[in-house]
Design a protein around this ligand. Structure first.
Ligand code: ASP
Length: 324
């Protein structure tokens, strides 16, 4: 009898070791995190800060690959149609996960039913920014100027379906100027360079990449489209304070993997993201750039999935009807 119990205990112990081994095997090689925009933009910046720390937890390098084009949908399509083994993941955002499906009828991915969310990496408030010497001095003047000069004003964005395109589409809808001269970039990193050098007039973009330039006074910010001012840019008024209270929109960035990624792999990625966001150094870097740290729920696949769906439901009718 004793022998039998011992035998059983050994079998159970072996089985447990076996499954623990299977779990601890991932990752055995570097993980590619696709950034669907050019280097230097908000998505790229957040991916590099978070990815660097995730590498430490996972014991393998998280390699950033910039695959830009079509408002971010080229890179996200590549990531979400990859083998679901945890070695290809993506850093997307409000644009690629909630707005793009309404703007690209033939899109090859479905963020709501055909994707494995990992978690939210950061909330990214939206700012209306302009070249330093753009004539309007404040938001009220900007609104009047844009309305009076629709054929002259140049807007920059990162492609149809991107956050900059989406948030400026909402802004133009509210101003009653559906179409302006728009220049599409492979990300708002390159767009920001052209804003600094004065080649374009304005854009709507996520705080993360523009905060430093606003502080350095190389561009100007008319307003932040959030309920509160950002601690990273305390001098920039909210749209409510500056006279356009109805213009409120919150953007965000988050990580996803292809549907069918094994649960134990998803768990490792969720844990690595959570640890990265709890790291004091990571937190400081993100907060200094104006990122809003995700809540405990938003860091989970279910919480992030719910956010994607909420914003898709909210944006889809307007975006589907917007001029492209
Ligand atoms: N902020 C960009 C957008 O408008 C993308 C980026 O370069 O991160 O979607």
């Amino acid at each position: 009898m004793k022998k039998l119990v011992l035998g059983l205990a050994t079998t159970v112990a072996l089985a447990l070791t076996g499954s623990a081994q299977a779990q601890s095997k991932y990752p055995e090689k570097p993980i590619t995190m696709i950034v669907p925009f050019a280097a230097g933009g908000p998505t790229d910046i957040i991916a590099r800060i978070v990815g660097e720390n995730m590498s430490k937890t996972l014991g393998q390098q998280v390699v950033i690959e910039n695959v830009a084009g079509a408002g971010g949908t080229t890179g996200i399509t590549r990531a979400l149609t990859a083998t679901p083994d945890g070695y290809t993941i993506a850093m997307g955002h409000l644009g690629t996960f909630s707005a793009a499906p309404a703007t690209y009828p033939g899109l090859k991915y479905d963020p709501i039913n055909g994707m494995q969310p990992i978690g939210l990496a950061g909330g990214t408030p939206i700012l209306i920014v302009a070249r330093k010497n753009f004539e309007p001095k404040d938001l009220k003047e900007f609104v009047a100027y844009v309305k009076a000069n629709t054929d002259k004003v140049n807007e920059a964005h990162a492609g149809v379906g991107s956050v900059s395109w989406t948030t400026c589409t909402l802004l133009k809808g509210q101003l009653g100027v559906p179409k302006l001269n728009a220049v599409a970039y492979r990300g708002t990193g390159p767009a920001l360079n052209d804003l600094v050098s004065g080649q374009i007039d304005f854009m709507c973009d996520q705080i993360v990449s523009v905060a430093e330039q606003v502080k350095a006074d190389t561009i100007k910010a008319y307003a932040i489209a959030s309920a509160e001012r950002s601690p990273a840019l305390p001098n920039v008024p909210t749209t409510k304070e500056a006279g356009l209270p109805e213009y409120q929109i919150e953007a965000w960035n988050g990580i996803a993997a292809p549907k069918g990624t094994p649960k134990e792999v998803v768990d490792r990625l969720v844990d690595a993201l959570d640890k990265a966001l709890k790291d004091e150094g990571v937190k400081k870097r993100l907060l200094d750039l104006g990122t809003v740290m995700p809540s405990a729920t938003e860091r989970t696949p279910a919480g992030f999935g719910a956010l994607i769906k909420r914003d898709a439901d909210k944006l889809s009718p307007t975006l589907a009807a917007a001029p492209k």
